[in-house]
Design a binder for this molecule. Structure first.
Ligand code: G3P
Ligand code: MG
Length: 343
């Protein structure tokens, strides 16, 4: 019948679209739920007229916890199950680097959580700045090292270790110490502390950053500096000290590699949801930050929706990076507008 035809058509259309959600400023603020976030996920998870799941993944520049710990926390806040297979945080694609580097310096994050992340990713030999400070406190002259930190660190003779790469996973909690150690390593012979390379380029170990956001909104009224600002500081120091530019790799939104990775995740999530491993034609990115979510989505050919629950505070649309599908008061309005268009 005609009714059945319309229904079949809508089901087909629902399988030919997918949503990509930014997290901070769209679904939550830190640990606080943005109310429309829960309702939106309820709807996409099957509480809709078609009674089917509409594919969606999460793409955040957030960092600092293993994927499972973060998705469990988000599932509780949003009262919807979020699977690690539909979840990408800034350092998730860096898992692939474990194949190339055995001994790595992992920088950033609270306590030793990024060590756990790196272990989970399969890195064999993980060093964090505290291990180095515990071995030789004079490396960071202004650092006050607590007994607790010393007890939980893993010092060894780092003049006998070659560090293969530097991985900045999350925001530095101590710029002075982290920058000093990173600079020592970038200027060393193949990542061996205590040495200084004659040629700064040929013997330099690579450095990777999990994301490039300059600023991050927090409880403070003016946004706080994030990994991008830390990186720019390092680049300027490196240039001043060596005379050469620092080559580096940046992950996260709006870097192309991250969107390619997202496509792979969408395709395999489609497979587990609907048994078809493919990227739907109509992808909608819902974000609050024009400089990462929207510019990246626009470049990648996605439909972009900017919401007013986070970083964006402007007028009709962002002037530099306008969302191509529109600006919406919140995530529910964006998602329902996209569904009205496609279904
Ligand atoms: O800036 C880091 C992080 O808080 C941004 O998260 O989810 O908005 O990409 P998200
Ligand atoms: Mg955001």
């Amino acid at each position: 019948s005609q009714v059945q035809d319309v229904f079949a058509h809508k089901v087909k259309a629902a399988k030919n679209m997918a949503f990509v959600f930014d997290i901070d400023g769209v679904l939550v603020h830190g640990d606080r739920l943005i109310p429309q976030g829960q309702k939106t996920l309820d709807m996409l998870n099957g509480n809709n007229q078609l009674g089917i799941k509409i594919p969606h993944i999460f793409l955040t520049n957030g960092s600092g916890k293993p994927e499972l710990a973060r998705t469990e926390q988000l599932s509780k806040i949003l009262k919807n199950h979020i699977d690690t297979d539909q979840f990408i945080q800034s350092h998730t694609p860096m898992r692939a680097l474990a194949e190339y580097y055995e001994t790595v310096l992992v920088v950033g994050g609270e306590g030793y959580r990024c060590r756990d992340v790196a272990e989970e990713y399969g890195f064999k030999n993980i060093i964090v700045p505290n291990d180095i400070v515990a071995w030789d406190p004079s490396i960071a002259p202004y650092r006050v090292f607590t007994d607790e930190e010393r007890a939980s660190s893993r010092p060894r003779d780092f003049t006998q270790v070659n560090i293969d790469a530097i991985l900045v996973f999350s925001d530095s909690r101590d710029y002075a110490t982290d920058m000093q150690i990173i600079m020592d390593l970038l200027r060393s012979e193949q990542g061996r502390l205590g040495t200084t390379a004659k040629d700064p380029v040929s013997q330099r170990i690579p450095i990777y950053f999990s994301q490039g956001d300059l600023l991050c909104p927090t409880e403070h009224p003016i946004p706080r500096m994030s990994q991008g600002a830390f990186r720019i500081g390092l680049e300027a120091m490196y240039k001043a000290l060596t005379g050469v530019e620092l080559e580096r790799v940046v992950y996260g939104k709006p870097e192309l590699a991250t969107y390619k990775y997202a496509d792979e995740v969408i395709a395999s999530w489609m497979e587990s949801l609907h048994g078809e491993e493919r990227v739907p034609e109509n992808i909608y990115m819902i974000g609050d930050n024009p400089a990462s979510d929207i510019v990246g989505g626009n470049m990648y050919g996605w439909n972009t929706c900017l919401v007013r629950t986070g970083v964006f505070q402007g007028g009709d649309n962002d002037e530099e990076n306008p969302a191509n599908f529109g600006v919406f008061p919140n995530v529910w309005e964006a998602v329902t507008a996209a569904c009205r268009k496609q279904l």
